[in-house]
Design a protein around this ligand. Structure first.
Ligand code: GTP
Ligand code: SPV
Ligand code: MN
Length: 599
């Protein structure tokens, strides 16, 4: 036995008694174990091994078409008091939900192996890191968790005999009768539950094998459960990328940015600045844990060890550093297969291949009229393979954050960038953040929804209380120095429907303005919504954007903002009394400024 941890042994024994797997395997996290599991998944028809010369030690997986994204309507947050969960979460009585789920788990791993995955969110042993143990009947989950987190014996050792861990139970919900042939992607499409019990804390996931539904360290632990811990303990668990930006003089600042799912975090985290002399380095692309240090500086770690990145749209043009990360040791989910054993997705190359096997395992040609890769196709890649990882990306002390960005897909109204003059107003801007929905979650795409701080699907408690937690942060440490808050929008469209801003590497031009605002060297002009770049303050040298587009990108249409106000008020109304009064006052003041400007 590898551990004497009584609580862990009981967790495993109880789950095994309930789920009744044929075998239990404690994952050590080794290369050898990984190789064995991948070979087993190839033999089972779940993994397709890619051509070794093109993508060494890499595999393609095609999921059940009914299991391709996070399922927000099947995600539950279950404190005993529903008020705690808030209107932003689906709540169930924890006792009743556990009873119902126990019935589903009863015998659910028959014919399968239960894998025990001890994992660390954050560098093993770091004072900021937290440990979880995921029990799963999916090899796909094991090999993905091995890339996305730190797993295995080293974590068990850090846990010792009495360390704390979050219990994570996962099953695809597809037991096998004796002799029954398995399917490539077992799941229980009609009966998914992604349940969180913050008071335990524990996570019970059933029925889905995909991404955030099944890799429980990510959204379930590092955001939903961690946000409740952060609130109690005075830190922040956020859906943010972290990047380091160095100016031509060699000065460096770290920036965090909260954009909703599939709205550009991975791309910004790895950007190649088009501005000469500027350097960007990646700390993380999805999740950010921030704590004050003794001097009152907010410092951030990336609790993950890999990227679960949106594949479609990723190319040498849009995100060369992601492409350079994908040479080996990756898992590709719902991408298309080329005849020579490589992967492909929409916009990877200018010319699509003449023939492919689509993510639905069907023969595909450019005339097929359907997408070859699923819009939420993903690559799972080790962060250490990314050529622009920041030297401090695994520093247990974290990196100091100078600026926080909010943003999303806003085809109209919201300018390219602007600055909040205070933490309080910046927090207010975060609470009215909205974006068009994307394929990252099941449901409709392209519908504008309010997604405060990009955390609507990930906040593990009442969002009104979450806003209050943000407002309380400056008082959480003596001499607290808060990052400056900015709002950005890469997705503004012209009347003809094209993006007005080139985005990607050219976003460095906006980052430069932000960097220099923090330094006090860039100019801004006041507007009813905040501080806008002064004319000429965004460096457009060598950029091919017409002056008229630039002017539109940096304009504030008070009338258009006023048209949004009823929707913002309706959004606030959903949270009732939980919305801090200070934020209502900020909203009233904004309305008054807009009305004055519109007159
Ligand atoms: P999650 O992993 O779901 O949290 O997504 P993410 O926020 O990391 O989004 P990602 O960077 O993967 O981008 C998603 C999509 O947005 C991709 O199709 C990108 O090509 C596109 N995108 C990213 N940055 C830009 C940009 O600056 N401009 C435009 N027009 N599109 C962008
Ligand atoms: C997101 O949807 O924000 C993701 C992908 O990062 S998933 O891991 O599926 O949540
Ligand atoms: Mn994400």
């Amino acid at each position: 036995m590898k551990t004497n941890h009584p609580h862990l042994l009981k967790f495993v024994a109880d789950a095994a008694a309930l789920c009744r797997p044929d075998a239990i395997h404690w994952c050590d996290g080794s290369e050898e174990e990984n190789r064995r599991l991948c070979n087993q998944a190839v033999a089972a028809g779940t993994f397709i091994r890619l051509d070794e010369a093109k993508r060494l030690n890499s595999f393609l997986v095609m999921s059940d078409p009914a299991d391709v994204a996070r399922v927000e309507d099947r995600t539950f947050v279950c404190p005993s008091d529903p008020r705690e969960a808030g209107p932003n979460n689906n709540w169930r009585d924890p006792v009743e939900l556990k009873a119902a789920m126990r019935k589903l788990y009863d015998g659910c791993m028959r014919g399968r192996t239960m894998y025990v995955i001890p994992f660390s969110m954050g560098p093993i042993g770091s004072p900021i890191a937290h440990i979880g143990v995921e029990l799963t009947d999916s090899i796909y989950v094991v090999v993905n968790m091995r890339i996305m987190t730190r797993i295995g014996d080293a974590v068990l050792k850090a846990l010792g005999d009495d360390g704390e861990f979050v219990e994570c139970l996962h099953s695809v919900g597809a037991p096998l009768a004796p002799g029954q042939q398995d399917v490539p992607w077992p799941c229980n499409a009609e009966n998914k539950y992604i349940s969180h019990f913050p008071e335990d804390p524990s996570i019970w996931s059933y029925g889905s094998g995909y991404g955030g539904n099944a890799l429980l360290g990510k959204k379930c632990f590092a955001l939903r459960i961690a946000s409740t811990m952060a609130r109690r303990q005075g830190w922040m668990a956020e859906h943010m990328l972290i990047l380091g930006l160095t100016n031509p003089a060699g000065e460096k600042k770290y920036i965090a940015a909260a954009f909703p799912s599939a709205c550009g975090k991975t791309n910004l985290a790895m950007l190649e600045p088009t501005l000469p002399g500027w350097k960007a380095e990646c700390v993380g692309d999805d999740i950010c844990w921030m704590k004050f240090d003794d001097s009152g500086q907010l410092r951030a770690i990336n609790p993950e060890a890999g990227f679960f990145g949106v594949a479609p749209g990723t190319s040498m043009k849009s995100n060369p550093n992601a492409m350079r990360t994908l040479h080996s040791n990756c898992i590709y989910t719902n991408c298309a297969l080329t005849p020579d054993g490589d992967i492909w997705w929409e916009d990877m190359t200018d010319e699509p291949p003449a023939e492919l096997l689509s993510w639905k395992r069907e023969k595909w040609t450019p005339d097929s009229g359907v997408k070859a890769a699923n819009p939420n196709a993903r690559y799972t890649a080790p962060a250490r393979q990314c050529p622009v990882m920041d030297p401090a990306w695994e520093d247990p002390a974290g990196v100091p954050i100078s600026a926080i960005l909010f943003g999303g897909r806003r085809p109209a109204t919201v300018p390219l960038c602007f600055e909040a003059p205070s933490w309080q107003y910046g927090t207010f801007l975060g609470t009215i953040q909205a974006s068009e929905t994307t394929a990252a979650a099941a449901g409709s795409v392209g519908v504008l929804r309010y997604d405060p701080m990009a955390m609507l699907p990930f906040c593990g408690y009442n969002m009104g209380d979450y806003f209050a937690h943000w407002l309380s942060m400056p008082g959480r440490a003596p001499n607290a120095r808060m990052p400056r808050i900015f709002f950005v929008n890469w997705f503004r469209k012209g009347e003809d429907g094209r993006f007005l801003w080139p985005g990607f590497g050219d976003n460095s031009r906006v980052l430069k303005w932000i960097f220099e605002r923090v330094d006090g060297t860039a100019d801004a002009v006041e507007s009813p919504i905040g501080l806008l770049p002064a004319p000429g303050a965004i460096d457009t040298a060598g950029l091919n954007v017409p002056d008229a587009d630039m002017a539109e990108l940096l304009s504030v249409d008070a009338g258009a903002w006023l048209q949004d106000l009823p929707a913002i008020r309706a959004h606030y109304a959903k949270f009732g009394d939980a919305i801090p009064a200070i934020l209502r006052k900020e909203l009233d003041d904004l309305e008054a400024r807009l009305q004055a400007a519109a007159r």
